[in-house]
Design a protein around this ligand. Structure first.
Ligand SMILES: [Zn+2]
Length: 424
């Protein structure tokens, strides 16, 4: 939708930029190659040439020995949310204002595109529009707006409140019971201007359910969401931790499974059969584990359970990768601190994925999940000039992805010499 609407074409003869990269990551091949010159015209890449080539008439940007990569894509963010958010005291405006700062941090960290996987009340739709209009700097945003789920589930904000404060929420609030309401919820989201749909197919890990999590939507409800979403060209991502919820989501026709903590051999096979993407979000598990003493203060058992989340999610990601399930990068930014999205790379490699695969998860794979491979995911002529650079070799040391020194989005430089560029 609007997030990839082209800017006005550059004026004829508009000055080109020549990025001189010490090395570059060929995301299609999964290889780090030698020096290259990326020629940028307007918002697109005009060509990429091996070696350090002088381009007549172009302004040169020398990135020294740095490795250039396609702009990174985080397929699971929450730009308006934080772990200290207080939905009972904060107004929508509080979330919206903060989201502007989070968008800048995300972009500065090298993530030039995000799939935002739920907010409070469509404030990320407004954020996307403001970024697209050039009013605030931020990544390209493909947002789900509010999550869709069932009464009492992970999308129902009134769970746990005193009875007289609870609400009987309906499809217009993202709460759907039965296929007809599921269809209406998607149509309301279409009306709200979202780019994708997020469903809460299972309980969250914070509920202490048998087996870790239980289904919260029926196959018929999920199928109604996915069928309706497809009518509008919207993809669907399903929060699903347990094998039965994963099975229903895959059979229902979603594009991706989010978290997938307890993925087993059968659910992995089913995902492969249907070509369903897996977005592991290990970072959120690690953050919960690190904060277990504070967040699990209700009982020692709760804290002990939270301490296991990181390793459980990391193990699930490892099982899925080994089984051959396609993995796309997602940090659950918002729970994972804003701008620290690249921690996920380190956790993915620890889980057993080769560094090149982890980088593909955040480039070619995530672009495919978004159905935006024609515009995003590789450094190639014709694609958006979304380019980042890191010092050293990320295939040797994946942690260097946390040290992005250069960020270009749509031909515009937002970070250079390891500093934000002013007046953007
Ligand atoms: Zn999330």
């Amino acid at each position: 939708m609007a997030a990839t609407a082209p800017d006005p074409a550059p004026a004829p003869g508009a000055a080109a930029l020549a990025l001189h990269c010490g090395h570059w990551f060929d995301a299609k091949a999964g290889q780090r190659l030698g020096a290259a010159t990326v020629v940028v015209q307007g918002e697109r890449i005009r060509e990429i040439k091996p070696g350090r080539i002088e381009v007549p008439g172009a302004t040169a940007i020398d990135l020294g020995d740095a490795t250039c990569l396609p702009g990174l894509i985080d397929a699971h963010t929450h730009l308006s949310l934080t772990t200290d958010a207080d939905p009972l005291r904060w107004n929508l405006a509080d979330f919206a204002v903060r989201s502007v700062v989070h968008a800048q941090r995300t972009l500065q960290a090298g993530f030039t595109t995000v799939r935002d996987m739920s907010d409070i009340n469509n404030e990320t739709v407004a954020l996307r529009n403001a970024v697209d209009a050039g009013i605030v700097p931020g990544p390209r945003i493909f947002t789900a707006g509010r999550p869709i789920g069932s009464t009492g589930g992970h999308a129902d904000w009134s769970v746990g409140l005193r009875a007289d404060l609870q609400r009987d929420l309906g499809p217009n609030n993202g709460i759907a019971n039965g296929p007809d309401e599921a269809m209406k919820a998607v149509r309301q989201h279409y009306k709200d201007g979202v780019d994708t749909i997020k469903i809460m197919a299972s309980s969250s890990l914070f509920e202490d359910q048998p087996g870790g999590a239980i289904p919260h939507m029926t196959l018929a409800e999920i199928k109604a969401v996915a069928d309706t979403a497809r009518e509008y060209g919207l993809t669907v991502g399903a929060h699903a931790h347990d094998p039965e919820s994963i099975r229903r989501a895959v059979l229902g026709g979603v594009d991706s499974i989010e978290h997938g903590t307890f993925i087993d051999a059968a659910s992995a096979e089913l995902m492969k059969l249907h070509g369903t993407w897996f977005v592991p979000t290990i970072c959120v598990g690690k953050i919960v584990a690190e904060n277990a003493d504070e967040w699990g203060s209700e009982s020692p058992q709760e804290a002990a359970r939270m301490r296991t989340f990181g390793n459980l999610m990391q193990a699930g990601a490892g099982r899925a990768y080994k089984a051959g399930v396609k993995v796309a990068f997602g940090s659950d930014e918002g729970a994972c601190p804003h701008g620290e999205n690249a921690r996920e790379f380190v956790y993915m490699v620890e889980a057993g994925m080769p560094p090149a695969y982890a980088l593909q998860a955040a480039t070619t794979h995530a672009a495919e999940l978004l159905k935006k491979s024609a515009d995003l995911g590789t450094l190639e002529a014709g694609k958006f000039a979304d380019v980042v650079a890191v010092p050293g070799d990320p295939l040797q040391d994946i942690a260097t992805m946390r040290k992005v020194v250069f960020v270009m989005k749509g031909g515009r430089v937002y970070r250079q010499d390891d500093r934000p560029v002013a007046a953007n």
